[in-house]
Design a protein around this ligand. Structure first.
Ligand code: UDP
Ligand code: MG
Length: 307
């Protein structure tokens, strides 16, 4: 029995061919550490043989545990399931596809031993990351940092170490839509960051389609910012003030008897303002839908089985 404990939380959705390689790599990079540790996989509703692989490995290797969710709840909810389950001095979360190099685990732990509560990682872009991913990721962080009220480092991912103080705070949060990159900044504590070059995905394909990334980005902005609501309000104010300039023209047209002219401009302005009203209603609607979801208080995940 060692003095300290560590858990490694890994969400996995259809990662059947990555499980054994990541387990082997983690174990060999942690040889000799002064921590009792285990690896916890969260099978996030996989439709391939991920769960079967997890059962096989965990039956022969006591370092491997798993939770299997009743369906696909998404990466952030799978992380939440993992964090709720573990109870160790430190926790490391990482992806299952080997893009987050297991060789970095030791550096993360060293960061914690230097006194940091949170050790973040920052991805340095290289050609192991597709052009599409680099482009969308760059814009993701530009937009989110402009809109949200917290600053997130471009290239941060859900690859980090947290200690039990931070774990307790994260466990206590009750949000419908978790956005850990933002929450980690928001919790504070002492944080440091380690740079790394990602590997290419070992097997399988990325689970983040453009549509999923877009939803993830909008979710992140809505969870951390009221700016879109201010934008809507300012836009409304701007157009109400500008429309006042139209009043003298109305008088002029009335006095000179030209009031029937201007059909095109009326139709154009109706279409224009109709569009803006719908946009603003849409923005408000997005926030209301979050309140609606939060009000229902459904759990973020449902556990089907675990070992
Ligand atoms: N993932 C998950 N549930 C999902 C989507 C992804 O648990 O609905 C896991 C996935 O198995 C991986 C991590 O989240 O371990 C990151 O996903 P991925 O590698 O596909 O994203 P990318 O690296 O392309 O951003
Ligand atoms: Mg990946």
């Amino acid at each position: 029995m060692k003095n300290n404990s560590l858990s490694i939380v890994i969400p996995a959705h259809n990662e059947e061919d990555n499980i054994s390689i990541i387990v082997d790599n983690i174990i060999s990079s942690l040889i000799g550490i002064n921590y009792d540790y285990y690896i916890l996989f969260i099978d996030d509703g996989s439709t391939d043989f991920t769960l079967k692989k997890l059962k096989e490995i965990s039956s022969v290797n006591s370092l491997v545990k798993y939770i299997s969710l009743s369906r696909n709840f998404g990466h952030q909810n799978a992380l939440k399931a993992g964090l709720d389950f573990v109870n160790t001095d430190i926790v490391i979360m990482m992806d299952a596809d080997m893009q987050h190099p297991p060789s970095l685990l030791i550096d993360l732990i060293r960061g914690h031993e230097m006194g940091f509560n949170i050790v973040n990682t920052l991805r340095k872009d290289n050609y192991n990351v597709s052009f599409f991913k680099r482009l969308t990721s760059k814009w993701f962080y530009i937009v989110i940092n402009k809109m949200a009220e917290i600053e997130i480092d471009p290239g941060s991912a859900d690859f980090r170490l947290i200690d039990n103080k931070v774990l307790a705070v994260l466990k206590g949060l009750d949000e419908t839509e978790f956005f850990y990159r933002g929450l980690i900044k928001w919790v504070g504590f002492s944080q440091t960051t380690i740079d790394y070059y990602p590997n290419s995905r070992f097997s399988g394909v990325s689970k983040y389609s453009l549509n999923k990334m877009l939803k993830f980005a909008i979710g992140g902005i809505l969870a951390f910012s009221n700016k879109p609501l201010y934008f809507a309000a300012y836009l409304g104010l701007f157009f109400s003030v500008t429309s006042l300039f139209y009043v003298p023209y109305i008088f002029y047209a009335f006095i000179t008897g030209k009031e029937v002219d201007g059909w095109a401009s009326i139709v154009a302005s109706i279409a224009f303002f109709g569009g803006i009203i719908l946009l603003i209603l849409g923005i408000i609607g997005l926030y209301i839908s979050r309140i609606f979801d939060q009000g229902k208080k459904r759990p973020n995940y449902i556990i089907k089985e675990n070992n």
